[in-house]
Design a protein around this ligand. Sequence first.
Ligand code: 5GP
Length: 195
Amino acid sequence: MRFLEERIRRDGIVREGNVLKVDSFLNHQMDIELFTEMAKEWKRRFADRPVNKILTIEASGIGIAAIAAREFGVPVVFAKKSKSINLDYDNYSTQIRSFTHNRNYEVIVSKKFLGTGDHVLIIDDFLANGCALMGLLELAEKAGAAVEGIGIAIEKGFQEGGRTIREQGHRLESLAIVESMDAATGEIVFRQTDC
Ligand code: 5GP
C-alpha cells in the first residue's frame, strides 16, 4: 500500500501526543478514489474469507467501510455511540475508551443487524491502543458473529493495539503501519511489509 504511505507522508500532519492528523483525505474530507484503492486491497487480502457483513464504528470508520462494503458486495453495520444508558434488550452494547477524547463512551449495535450466522470483516480508520477494536470484537462476540478479519487503514505500530489483537489470533491487515513519528520534524517512518 505504498500509495497510502505516500499520501500520509504528503498530507498527514504529526501532532504532539502521538496524534496523526489525516483529516484532509481520510476522516474529515474524504478522498473516495483513495478509499476505493484501499477497499480493493482489503478485498484482495481477504479474498479467502466468507465475509457477509462489514462492521465499523461511528463516525470516521463509516466512509471507509461503506466503500469497502461496495467492493465486497455486502452491507455495512456501524456501532452507534449511545448517550443514554442502554436499557433496551434489542441492542448489544459495550464501553469503549476513546484515544482522541480520553473518555469512555457506550456503543450499541441492534440485534436485528448482527447475529449468529454473520461473518464480519471489521474495518476502521486507525488502530492505536486497540480500545475501539476490542469494543467491536466484544459486540461481535456478544452477537455470536464470526470475525473473519480486521482491516485497518493506519496502524500506529508503536502503540500496543496491533500486537494485542494479533496475539489474540485475529487476522489483522493494516494498509500502512507507522513505526515512529516526530511532531517536531514531521518525520514519519513506516514499517516495511511484503505487500
Ligand atoms: P484506539 O481505540 O485503537 O486507541 O484508537 C482508535 C480510534 O482512535 C480510531 O478509531 C480513531 O478514531 C482514533 N485515533 C487513534 N489514534 C489516532 C490518530 O493518531 N489520529 C486520528 N486522527 N485518530 C486517531
